[in-house]
Design a protein around this ligand. Structure first.
Ligand code: URA
Ligand code: CA
Length: 434
């Protein structure tokens, strides 16, 4: 096999065999195949796509590029959850403690935020003392005693994805359905959980801008999971506007705590309950969606979900007082209210633009190496469909740098579209693939 022949086949739309895909992936990771050939392969894949057999084969080779996490030391059906990337999307910190408090063990490896999307690890690190780099033994022990642990991906978890992603990032090939599907599913399969619930975001703030593409991606990922012997369900959820109200790391920890105390924004709660219900069903704890929802509601109302988050934070060295007294979390110096100059309804909140503004304030990373400011971001006080009276605050900006706040202000304004007429609230759950 020669790299150039594999690239030519893909360029011409001829499906690749398992051996060719495995050869290419091994070569690109070892350095035997230079980056310029891998870049050409990625671009050919971007334009030609991959059939289900090819994507499974690529995912399988990626999984084998590193170590599969051995979770056999944890009793029960381990359940994992993954989002393709959202804005004001703190679902993991809400739904995982709720599900764990219902008895499904969660051993989750999370990622960091990039671009306009946030990442669970960064949010957890806003909690003073919280450790997200644990050894596998520590991780397994915490899941066995507490029922849940969320840590960073180990270096040997799918090294091929790190290599491919860094090349995709600079060759405009990130938003390719087979490349996203193999990237996500290789990490989920290598993560070692038994069952997987995927939150596939659809809309202006997501990789997948329309429902048809999101559905193709969801079906591809579910197929990879099931072929690998992992029960997998994908829920397609809306990302036209930010999901919750908080964007930024400290701010999202506060939002998650408020949600677990029964004061969560309705959209965030609806998505959490849907994802959580499928998690409980796949884990074998609930027999139907209605039973699962009821269990989650009980966990919420009784405070058991919040207790579970505290137990996990404590076990990982974090200060649980910060989950009650939010002044113990990193705080921004500047709070600027963006106020309405007249009466209107909110007709659009551009999730991607708002996510990028939060990034520019310091809450996220333009490049993987960038340092972030855990305190900054914004709180969206009014969502699509809400009525705003003149003088009311639409967005509260939390900043630490006057110049940056001034810089993002016009961009935040342009992300908010208004209407004099009543605006309907859009659908949140678009479809379920199982
Ligand atoms: N999330 C991932 O982990 N990989 C992708 O390629 C896109 C989103
Ligand atoms: Ca996320």
């Amino acid at each position: 096999i020669r790299a150039v022949d594999v690239i030519r086949k893909k360029r011409d739309g001829v499906p690749l065999g398992d051996d060719e895909i495995d050869y290419f992936l091994k070569g690109c990771c070892s350095g035997d195949i230079p980056d310029y050939q891998t870049a050409a392969f990625l671009m050919a894949t971007y334009f030609r796509g991959m059939n289900e057999k090819e994507v499974f084969s690529l995912t399988d080779s990626m999984v084998r590029s590193g170590k599969v996490v051995d979770l056999s030391g944890i009793k029960g059906t381990k359940v994992d959850k993954h989002s393709t990337g959202g804005v004001a999307d703190t679902t993991t910190l809400v739904v995982c403690p709720l599900v764990a408090s219902c008895g499904a063990p969660i051993a989750k490896m999370s990622g960091r935020g990039l671009g306009h999307t946030g990442g669970t690890l960064d949010k957890l690190e806003a909690i003073p003392g919280m450790k997200v780099s644990l050894t596998l033994d520590e991780f397994v022990n915490i899941v066995n005693s507490v029922g849940i642990s969320i840590i960073s991906q180990t270096d040997d978890l799918v090294p091929a994805d790190k290599k491919l992603y860094s090349l995709r990032d600079v060759t405009a090939t990130v938003d390719s359905i087979p490349l996203i599907a193999s990237s996500v599913m290789s990490k989920k399969i290598a993560g070692g959980s038994d069952v997987i619930v995927l939150d596939v975001k659809v809309g202006k703030g997501a990789f997948m801008k329309d429902l048809k593409d999101a559905m193709t991606l969801a079906k591809m990922m579910v197929n990879i999971g099931e072929t690998s012997g992992r029960r997998t369900v994908a829920v397609l959820t809306d990302m036209n506007q930010p999901l919750g109200r908080a964007i930024g790391n400290s701010l999202e920890v506060i939002e998650a705590c408020e949600a677990l105390k029964g004061r969560g924004p309705s959209e965030l709660m609806e998505v959490c309950l849907a994802l959580g219900s499928y998690m409980l069903i796949l884990a074998g704890i609930a027999q139907s969606f209605d039973i699962a929802s009821k269990l989650l509601q009980d966990a919420l109302v009784s405070g058991r979900g919040m207790d579970k988050l505290k137990e996990m934070v404590k076990a990982q060295g974090g200060d649980i007082n910060a989950l009650e007294d939010y002044s113990l979390l990193p705080q921004a110096k500047i709070k600027y209210e963006l106020k309405a100059q007249e009466d209107f309804y909110i007709s659009e909140l551009d999730a991607e633009k708002l996510g990028l503004c939060a990034m520019k304030l310091g809450a996220g990373r333009a490049k993987k190496e960038d340092k972030i400011d855990l305190a900054v971001g914004m709180v969206i006080n009014k969502k699509v469909g809400d009525y705003v009276s003149s003088g009311e605050s639409v967005v509260t900006i939390h900043g630490n740098d006057e110049r940056l706040v001034e810089e993002v202000l016009p961009e935040i304004k342009s992300a908010v579209k208004t209407s004099k007429q009543k605006v309907a609230k859009g659908k949140l759950i678009h479809a379920v693939v199982q």
